[in-house]
Ligand binder design. Structure first.
Ligand SMILES: [Mg+2]
Length: 322
């Protein structure tokens, strides 16, 4: 099969979106923007051996490639609209392509995202996805809007994807009852689109957690010129995490493990009631984990009110596979 046959066979679908004036097949896609909206655009590249195991299940990989991009739209509070996909494949493997498309289009259909174009080349396996979303003007959830006194919140539980990775690497043994949960958290991230939209009028800043809470929250403190105080005992940990590594190592994974794709956001005290209602409506659990204070940008860790220092000890545990 050549490039055009593959595109025709696997990547030509009708999303039914009326704002796609011209989809794949011409030199460019032509897309209709609504008046008074902003276009939110984000790109991510996943490279085999760097971002995923080369033998990863193609269905999960198709899902993941789109999910991590949609997560960036969620972090801005944007409505997903369109996506383009650039695939570099070492060979044409139809079973792999079928699986990839199954995972990719299942998620695309769920959020009503139209594939509007892309590219295909031969080479080491790599996937580049660009998503486009729309936002009411002046409503984007940026990183620089936090104010001193705002509460810091996260959706879901933290560190589970990192735990799933440690399990796949054979560095921790997860009890059988939790295996499916941590594997799914790692392989099948769920972008928090509805939560992001619900936070549009409520949160003062937001981002998605891709590299670990400590570093990612650091971006909000830097952009907002404030300091974050985190209360570690409030970090939301799953039962799988607590049963597998215990509380303190759970904190470490929650703080430094990546790939959670949960949202981290700040909310002024006066919007607290609105926040409860809005996220209850979309069925998303969230937890207050600290607050923004005046001071040097950075993240301060407190355990029972006292300063807490991250040690390398638990990381050594994972590194040496003890
Ligand atoms: Mg992001």
């Amino acid at each position: 099969m050549n490039e055009f046959e593959i595109i025709k066979q696997y990547f030509t679908t009708d999303s039914g979106r009326k704002d796609v004036i011209m989809g794949p097949g011409d030199d460019c896609a032509l897309l209709q923007m609504q008046p008074n909206t902003l276009l939110a655009v984000s790109t991510d590249t996943l490279v085999a051996g760097v971002h995923f195991f080369a033998d990863m299940d193609p269905v999960a990989l198709g899902h993941r490639a789109l999910a991590v991009n949609l997560s960036d739209l969620a972090a801005m509070g944007a409505d997903p609209c369109w996506v383009s996909l650039a695939l570099t494949l070492p060979e044409v493997n139809e079973a792999w392509l079928r699986g990839f498309c199954e995972g990719f289009f299942e998620l695309a259909e769920y959020y009503n995202v139209a594939l509007v174009g892309g590219d295909m080349t031969r080479g080491p396996l790599s996937i580049t996805v660009t998503v486009h979303g729309s936002l009411p003007r002046d409503r984007g959830l940026r990183r620089n809007g936090a104010k001193a006194g705002d509460g810091i919140y996260v959706t879901g539980t933290l560190g589970d994807a990192a735990l799933g990775l440690q399990q796949q690497l054979g560095k921790v043994t997860v009890d059988e009852q939790h295996c499916e949960f941590v594997r799914t958290k790692f392989e099948h991230p769920h972008p928090r689109i509805l939560a992001g939209q619900a936070l549009r009028n409520i949160a003062s800043s937001a981002l998605d957690l891709s590299d670990g809470l400590l570093g990612d929250l650091g971006h909000i403190t830097a952009a907002s010129s404030l300091r974050a105080q985190l209360e570690l005992e409030h970090l939301p940990l799953s039962q799988a995490m607590i049963d597998t590594v215990g509380l303190e190592q759970g904190w470490q994974l929650a703080l430094t493990g990546g790939d959670d794709y949960e949202l981290c956001f700040t909310v002024p005290e006066m919007h607290r009631g609105q926040l409860e209602t809005a996220l209850a409506h979309c069925g998303v659990k969230f937890t207050r984990i600290g607050r923004m204070v005046a001071g040097e940008p950075g993240v301060e860790l407190l355990a029972e009110g006292k300063p807490y220092k991250l040690t390398a000890r638990s990381w050594d545990h994972f590194r040496s596979g003890e």
